[in-house]
Design a protein around this ligand. Structure first.
Ligand SMILES: C[S@@+](CC[C@H](N)C(=O)[O-])C[C@H]1O[C@@H](n2cnc3c(N)ncnc32)[C@H](O)[C@@H]1O
Length: 207
């Protein structure tokens, strides 16, 4: 059996006095995540650094308001951000029934009153309601732009978690960036202040 990663010191730095909620989430994911098809066994040895803390470091980019997380899956980053930022309201937009049930259960078990879970594809969600929108491992930037931008109000932001290909994804999305009139498109590198591998985010402003 593959063992789950021991919690790194960075977790307490990222989640502060709410780190117990991240611990409860991690324990449930270790216990049931594989059986529910939420996480592969090879991810367990890097559960905290690659998934939980990696999502949590995005929290300082969020502002009070409504943040939509499209394709939340197991709750990454949506549940992690809702733990780190109780002052922000989150809508987790996920089409798959089993994942929606898991997300609703986590909301209930962790007492996350700032979370709403909706079973929907991003394309079906009402337009112009969100202040910021997050997504991780859902699609390339060029495909996320038409899917995500209409959901965000004017002046809001896309905050998209990306891998090492972030800069190349921006280049490949040049046409969509122009079509949807996104501005201030940039790659941010987060996490060095808490001593974990860098997390890359593409941030862009919606006109
Ligand atoms: C690879 S998983 C990533 C899950 C999670 N964000 C993570 O980083 O672990 C992609 C997720 O996007 C969801 N998804 C696919 N198409 C979608 C759409 N059109 N709107 C919203 N979610 C979608 C899938 O159901 C799945 O849960």
């Amino acid at each position: 059996m593959i063992s789950a990663e021991v919690e790194p010191p960075a977790a307490a730095r990222v989640f502060g006095d709410r780190v117990d909620l991240a611990r409860a989430y991690a324990a449930d994911l270790v216990a049931r995540g594989e059986e529910l098809g939420l996480i592969g066994p090879l991810e367990l040895p890097r559960l905290w650094t690659r998934h939980i803390v990696n999502c949590g470091v995005v929290a300082p980019l969020l502002r009070p308001g409504v943040v939509g997380d499209i394709g939340s899956g197991a709750g990454l980053p949506g549940i992690m951000l809702a733990i780190a930022r109780p002052d922000v309201d989150f809508v987790l937009i996920e089409p798959m029934e089993r994942r929606v049930a898991w997300l609703a259960e986590q909301k209930h078990n962790l007492g996350l009153t700032n979370v709403t879970v909706v079973r929907e594809r991003a394309q079906e969600y009402p337009k112009g309601r969100l202040d910021q929108l997050t997504a991780r491992a859902v699609s390339a930037f060029s495909k996320l732009i038409p899917m995500a931008t209409p959901l965000v109000r004017s002046g809001g932001e896309l905050v998209l978690m990306k891998g090492a290909s972030a800069a190349a994804e921006i280049e490949a999305a040049e046409k969509a960036i122009r079509k949807y009139k996104l501005t201030a498109v940039e790659v941010l590198e987060l996490g060095s202040d808490v001593g974990v591998d860098v997390t890359r985010v593409i941030r862009a402003r919606v006109p």
